[in-house]
Design a binder for this molecule. Structure first.
Ligand SMILES: C[C@@H](O)[C@H](NC(=O)OP(=O)(O)OC[C@H]1O[C@@H](n2cnc3c(N)ncnc32)[C@H](O)[C@@H]1O)C(=O)O
Ligand SMILES: Nc1ncnc2c1ncn2[C@@H]1O[C@H](COP(=O)(O)OP(=O)(O)OP(=O)(O)O)[C@@H](O)[C@H]1O
Ligand SMILES: [Fe+2]
Length: 567
């Protein structure tokens, strides 16, 4: 089978031929791309569309020439035309859509409409041969974790503001570097020293806006503050340029540390031991190194495609197009409109079987390895150790382990005082980042997702928020359920069978937004793993409504609308 793919969501005018029968793997995907390079500033939608109009016909012609040259009949012999339907810049997508429709009509073959983000994922799955990996898409306009579950790719976690590449590119524009900024930051970071920047993860979601403003401020401060300059010079003999390099190093360590952490959390939540990387930022060697190191430490496999398949390219569109075509997933021309906000979780996954879902049950034997810590059981006591993560910069690692150990011990007790069932804290050793707790529950909620327990979680979060606290990571793995009522050391009984654990990302806040994020994180973890999430979501929200603030539930609806494609 031979499928011609066309890509042009933003900057890459690209066409490709995927030949499933080519003898050599390297020959099976032929790509021709013509990138748009803005003269100044970032990607300008109108200029990008003009580039598409000029460049798309030429790259298609070159792929058609290749198709003729590699065909035995003297004709291109193409079975289907696949194109990027979205997400992306509307003016660019329209040009690609028009080109694809007219080519399919000329060749008299079916048209296949591909989701660009799912294509970033599927190319890694195809090349790695992994069955059911979690995918980290780190691209310009997006950043999210996807896992396949019952016919859809679920968004396990995502950026709450800009895409990761766009965040980096905004910083480089601020310092006057040309687009794209990612490779320049990578180069500069090699000569830089690590600086601290805000580190923001909420469950498996994360945000970049705080980091980016801090990075810009640090840069502006360094340029204008004589005091700072004097301080810099006393420590090193380098000039101002060094400071930018330090910020670049801090940026990479922080942003990629966050992405690696949430990827690990997704592996842990779903019980998956395969990770693939997608998207243009995946070309960054430091990001790949961190992900590989994290996977190795937890015995998972990691695969990153070659750079030419990570950045936007039509090869990935043709490969997914071929799978869709084979599954009969083609589009009548009348229904082939583009969608600039096309989300990966909207795509009915016609080319995979249900049995491949992530979220296999994990049985608890002996020590448990969470995403952050190792947990061992000693009778009724649980000892949780935050071991160093070697993928992180040592300074960042020490800071996070200390901060989280302190927060977890404090908030676990404070939540309990607010009437939320949590384990008793027996002992804390901040230097060793170790806490010992009372053992609670029979299993994690993830293993026995049920309406009653989920309703309890809603109530618990309502109570927690009313006390001015947030959990920060309320996933189905951070709730313990079942078992006998656990006798406490003073002989009393716990009031509930549903316990919240793992408060390491918790903090004090009265902000509706922060409270709504807690609800969002919980619902996302339910949706990522449940077969029928709707009744669970309803029970959870009913539980919350019974004790919590309605305003938070209203804000939840707004939060759900974020993380959409943001050019
Ligand atoms: C919707 C679609 O148009 C969009 N595509 C996109 O963003 O292009 P992509 O090729 O996946 O990623 C481009 C981004 O990748 C960054 N980038 C490229 N090389 C990099 C490197 N070595 N280190 C860090 N970032 C890098 C660039 O700075 C730019 O922000 C997307 O996938 O979100
Ligand atoms: N007090 C406890 N009682 C019973 N089991 C516990 C307790 N604390 C932790 N566990 C078990 O250990 C697992 C990992 O603990 P925890 O979530 O605190 O670690 P973590 O590394 O922060 O995990 P993650 O970041 O993946 O949520 C839990 O999912 C649970 O099964
Ligand atoms: Fe992309």
């Amino acid at each position: 089978m031979r499928v011609l793919g066309i890509e042009g969501t933003a900057w890459a005018a690209s066409a490709a031929l995927f030949d499933t029968e080519a003898e050599d793997d390297a020959d099976s995907i032929f790509i021709d791309s013509d990138p748009y390079q803005p003269e100044s500033g970032g990607i300008h939608p109108r200029e990008a569309a003009e580039h598409m109009a000029d460049a798309i016909p030429a790259v298609i012609d070159s792929v058609l020439d290749h198709a003729v040259a590699t065909s035995e009949t003297g004709a291109p012999t193409i079975d289907a035309v696949a194109f990027s339907r979205g997400p992306g810049l509307g003016p660019c997508l329209r040009i690609v859509g028009t080109a694809a429709r007219s080519l399919a009509q000329t060749l008299d073959v079916p048209l296949v409409g591909v989701n660009h983000m799912v294509a970033h994922l599927e190319i890694g799955r195809y090349q790695s041969g992994f069955d059911s990996p979690v995918c980290l898409n780190a691209s310009g306009a997006n950043a999210h974790l996807l896992g396949y579950h019952n016919g859809r790719y679920r968004v396990l976690g995502e950026t709450m503001d800009t895409g990761v590449g766009n965040a980096i590119d905004k910083f480089t524009r601020h310092v006057g570097w040309s687009h794209p900024g990612g490779p320049k930051v990578e180069r500069a970071a090699k000569d830089g020293e690590y600086v601290d920047l805000p580190y923001v993860v909420k469950g498996m979601d994360f945000s970049f806006s705080g980091i980016m403003s801090a990075a810009k401020q640090a840069y502006d401060g360094r340029k204008s503050s004589d005091d700072f300059r004097a301080h810099q010079n006393s420590e090193s003999s380098e000039d101002d340029g060094e400071a930018v390099e330090d910020i670049c190093c801090g940026l990479q360590e922080t942003i990629f540390g966050m992405l690696t952490e949430v990827a690990e959390r997704a592996l842990s939540l779903t019980g998956t031991d395969e990770l693939v990387l997608g998207g243009g930022v995946g070309q960054n060697a430091r990001l790949r190194e961190m992900l590989a190191e994290m996977c190795e430490a937890r015995g998972a496999e990691f695969y990153a495609p070659d750079p030419r398949f990570l950045r936007d390219n039509a090869g990935m569109i043709a490969v997914l197009g071929a799978k869709m075509y084979e599954a009969g997933d083609t589009l009548p021309v009348a229904e082939s409109s583009i969608d600039p906000n096309y989300r990966p979780d909207q795509v009915p996954v016609t080319w995979r079987g249900d049995e491949e879902s992530v979220a296999r049950a994990v049985t608890e034997t002996g020590d448990v390895r969470g995403a952050e810590a190792t947990v061992s059981f000693e009778g009724d006591t649980v000892v949780k150790r935050r071991l160093p993560k070697t993928y992180r910069h040592p300074a960042l690692d020490a800071r996070l382990r200390t901060e989280r150990t302190v927060a977890e011990a404090r908030l676990t007790s404070e939540a309990r005082r607010a009437g939320v069932p949590t384990p008793l804290v027996y002992d804390v050793d901040v230097r060793e980042a170790t806490i010992s707790f009372q053992r609670v529950g029979r299993c994690d909620l993830a293993e026995e997702l049920a309406v009653d327990a989920v309703r309890d979680v809603g109530e618990h979060l309502g109570r927690l928020h009313a006390a001015g606290l947030v959990h920060g990571d309320p996933t189905t793995r951070n709730v313990r359920v079942g078992g006998e009522f656990t006798p406490e050391r003073d002989g009393s009984r716990s009031p509930s069978r549903t316990f919240l654990i793992d408060f390491g990302l918790g903090f004090h806040t009265g902000h509706v937004e922060d409270h709504a994020m807690d609800l969002h994180v919980f619902e996302q973890s339910v949706e990522g793993t449940a077969d029928d999430p709707d009744p669970l979501r309803e029970a959870f929200e009913a539980g919350y409504a019974a004790v919590g603030d309605d305003e938070v539930l209203e804000r939840l609806r707004t939060v759900e609308g974020r993380g959409r494609y943001q050019p």
